[in-house]
Structures are given as structure tokens and as C-alpha cells.
Design a protein around this ligand. Sequence first.
Ligand SMILES: [Zn+2]
Ligand SMILES: [Zn+2]
Length: 662
Amino acid sequence: MKIIKVALDVPLATLFDYRHDAATELDVGCRVVVPFGKKRLVGVIMETADSSSVTSGRLKTAFDVLRDSPRLEESDLELLRFASHYYHYPLGAAVMGSLPPQLRRPRPPPSSRKNARGAAPAAELPTASSAPTLTPEQERALSTVLADPNRFQSHLVLGVTGSGKTEIYLQAIAAVLAAGRQALLLVPEISLTPQLETLVRARFPGMRVVALHSALSEHERTVNWLAAQSGHARVVLGTRLAVFAPMPRLGIIIIDEEHDASFKQTDRFRYSARDIAVVRASRVGVPVVLGSATPSLESYFNAVNGRYRLSTLTQRIGAPLPSIECVDTRGERLEDGLSARLRQALDEYVARGEQSLVFINRRGYAPVLMCHSCGWISGCHRCSAKLVLHLGERRLRCHHCGHAAAIPQACADCGNPQLAPMGQGTQRVEGALSQRYGKSGVLRIDRDSVRPRDAWNVMRRRIHGGEAKILVGTQILAKGHDFPNLNLVGVLNADSLLYSADFRAPERLLALLTQVSGRAGRGGTQGKVLIQTEFPEHSLYDALKRQDYRAFAELLLAERREAAFPPFTHQALLRAEAPRLQTALEFLRGAIVAARDIANLVTLYDPVPAAMPRRAGRERAQLLVQCESRSRLQQFLGEWCRKLEGRSSSARWIIDVDPLEL
Ligand SMILES: [Zn+2]
Ligand SMILES: [Zn+2]
């Protein structure tokens, strides 16, 4: 009797045994259709065996082994096994989640060969472009990366914005392609733009370049994934999910903006694509390149202690670095959130016909609606969050659960009809600037305004055509776009991110402001950046003004060492949620008791409500676990999970290893 052990997308940390007498070892990695309860499910064969611990009466027979798509190689399965083990997430769900959605269903996949080149939209078909000459700094970084192409080595390329990191990636990829191998380029969700795709295609005409991200149609995603798996796609350009794409001739992995939070998945399978990429490169034995102007402290620490090779780029290409200035707003009455200094600068740049960007990290009209006579504020009844005023559509909206409500005519508590919007959002700043400079010259770019199909293309034309004089934008604009005529950047409300309970807040704010500042002056002239703040002496702004990431990173590292925070310790969170907060907290208190005999040198903190305790009607709480040794923490988590799985509670729980948000 031949048994196959199958990975299925079910929330149980086990493989499922089925009988399949024709199965051989060559079927490992194949998809298979099996009965599961009353359903037919697709799974992946992980192992074969000659016997099963399931009694033969209860053992079911598999329907079909699907040989219409290529099987996963042992190295692909090994990487998924590692990720499932490290993140304490069920193997079946991890394996099935790594496949494109069409391959999780029993229907045959489309042929990959027929659709070769299908993914490039006709208008974007590029003309070949040649590689520019590198600066000495770039040259050094590139030769460091390419020093030993057949050996694993992690590289950190730390380069100021505009220093030409992308060019280093492209030339490293060119070398890998010339050696007949494949390249994987991972970018944050927000920077995967059609322009970047066009740029990469243009550089490698005649080579198949495919994209992998969640916004593709299911069909495109399958075709591109199969092209990566067959080796026909020579360059795979993707977001975090692409880190698991099978690539038999992988020669290099590059992670751009490696500090970006979107590389970590924040629900279900909470993996970090950056960390998985490093593990993958080490298993395959190829270089991995992490690039950023503001690396995560974890990566920076690895570079200064010698685990990663560090290359630095200090010069911006084609233009000097922007001049960055803090505008002290203490004691100033701002007009619609704008200081006199910023208003005056906007006047000057508009008069000169140069573009400006006003950056504010809040969409909507105002973050909250308030009653000044009794103090009532608009809150979401499903979340611990405020409802944001969206004046254009005359609604209050929750940005966390999507709840929407009409704007009340009067205060719900005291009847006062004069409810006032508090604070600034993009729509309010857009309105104020439109009054000053005319509606046609002001363009708002946030998640609401780019939502309609083709909206972004229309906006790009208005920006590049010079019609838009002032852009009002959120983080959406911070990355991946070059506007050659944009020379002034004003930042509103930066302080709101400075003092937060999360120890990573300063690191994130520096990254964000560096990126936003980097938008200024990319066309050759020196850009100017004005940051409105009530804390102009803060060391973060000082580092930003001097463009000295390393000085600030050293400061933060010293603080982290003192407080025993990552990267000097390793963390995991046990997250629990339930309809009542008490249920979630009780579950976590029980988890502490369950850890008593196994938590050797592992510190467990008290259970606390999450930073946002209520979300979409569920109450959430968490328990932080910390240990100096990663392997000891891993061992503890494994044993702890097995104990927790046996407990009955109405709370849902998950382990988040190396959490980015506490
Ligand atoms: Zn009131
Ligand atoms: Zn809500």
C-alpha cells in the first residue's frame, strides 16, 4: 500500500495521509485532488510512505495526481517547511498559500508558453536602453556584490536617495542573466509601478521579465508564476509574495527598500519576505542584496557587525542633495495647517513655475469631527478609532474597518448643531491651497483620489505636463516616482509620528521623511524641504538635515541595547482576539501558565490590550515574549504552540514571530 502525505489549506498543523497505490517518489511536489469531508480539495504531495498511522478503514484514497503543471522541487518545499516551522504557521496553509490562486483549484492551469510576453501592455512595450556609466562609488558597490556570484553572501547597499541604487541592481542582474541564471527583484507594494516594470524590461530586451503581485489577474499570476518555475522568466519582479516563487536557476535576490514594512505580512501567515529571502539565498548559495537609504536597524546592525557586507553611496547623481530645514511652529497660528514660512515658499515656487509637494500623512478632510460644547468626538463603534471626515462624499469613514456613516446634523450627546472638524487631512489642505492658487493648479494624490481606474495615469499627465503646480499627497507619493520639476517639499504634522508607544516609531519616521525629502530636486536643481515641527531640536530632524542616517542609527542602536530591544533580543507576540476583551486576556493568562515549565531563559510579559484594542467588532490583546537567543525562543515557541493547540477557548490566537508592530 502506498501512502501520500498531503499539504492542504486547512488550519491544522499536520499533513494528511491518503492512499494512492500508483504514487512514486517522483510525485513529491505534485498537486493532487483529495476528498476532505464532503469537499474535494487540491493539495501538494509532501512525502510518500509505505504505511500510515491512520487505520486502514479510515484511510481515504486520493482522486488524481495533477501532472498538468510542473511539480515543486525539493528546494521549494524545503523553503516552505522552514517558513512554516519558523513562523509557527500550518505547513499546509503555507504551501497552498504560496501557489497562485488558480493552482489551488482542481481546474487545469493555462499554458505558460502560449502566453509568453502576454503580460506587457502594448503601450508599455519598451525600446532597449543601454546601461549608463557608473560612478566610482557605484562601481565599488557593484564589484563587491558580484565578487563571488556562486556563494551566499548578504549585502547591504546603504545609499542616499537618488544615489543610483537601482542602477546597481540592474547591472548586477545583467551579470546574473549573462551567466544563464534568473534574478528575483523584490520591491515594496507601493513602489511596484508600471514605470519600474518598463524600466526593467527596457534594460533586458529579449529576456522574459514577469511581475508577481496581488493586483494581477488570476490568469496573469498563474502564467507568470509558471514562467518563473519553468525558468523561462529570467527576471521576476514582485512584492513579498514573490519570495516563494519557484526559480530553478536563481542567481541573485535583490530587495529594494528593504526596511519597508510591506515585506512583512500582517495577517495569517506573518512571514517577512526580506528574512525569507536571506534564508533562501543562503540555501541556494547565491548573493542577496538589501538596499535602502534608511535600512532597518536589524539589517544595519548585521552590516556593522560584519554578517552583511556594507556598501555605502553618499553622493546623489545629477543633483545635489536637497537642503532640509525645520520650521518651528511653536506659538504660531497655522493657516489650514500651513506656516507663514511654507506659504511664502509655495508662493515663490508657484511664481517661478516650479512644482511643490505638500506632504501630509492623513487622507480625508479632517481626522475627527468634534463638539466644542461637550467634548464629543466622532468614534467608530466597531474599532478603537476615530471616524474621519470625508467632506466631498459627505460621510464619516473608519479607515480601519471601512464603516461609513452620515455626517450628524448635531452633537449626539448635547444637541449642539455646531460640530467642528479638527486637524488637517489631504482634502482640507487641498481645499485651502485651491483657494489660494486656483483649483486647476492643485492636485491631491491619496488612496481615495487614485482609486478610480486610470486616475493615476491622468494625474501623471497633469504632473508631467506642468499643469499641476502643487501636489498634496500622502505616503503614496513618497516612493518610486520621479517628478523632474518638483523642487519644494513641505511636510505637515510630522510630529504626530514622533512620539508613539512603538519603539520603532523614530526609525520609521526617519525612513518616511527621508523618502519624502528625496522627491525634491531630482531634475538637476537643488531641492528644498521644509518640515513643520514643534520639536526642531530633536536628534531625528538633526540627522535628517545632515542626511546622516548612520549617526542616528548608532544613537537608536545604543538605546535598543540599553532597553534590550531588537536587534539585541528576539521577540514574538502571542496575539489573541475575541468578541470580549476579557476572553482574549483570559486566554493569554492561561498561556502564561502553560509556559511555566518550558520558558527557560525566555521572558514573558503581562498580557495587554493591543495598541488598537477594538477592530471591526473584535477585541484584541497580546502577550510579548522575548529571548536573547533566537534558537531558544524558537524551541520554546514550538513547545508552547503544541500546548496551546490543545486548549479550548473561544479566543482566536496566532503567534507573530519578529513582530513589526507591538
Ligand atoms: Zn456635544
Ligand atoms: Zn472601524
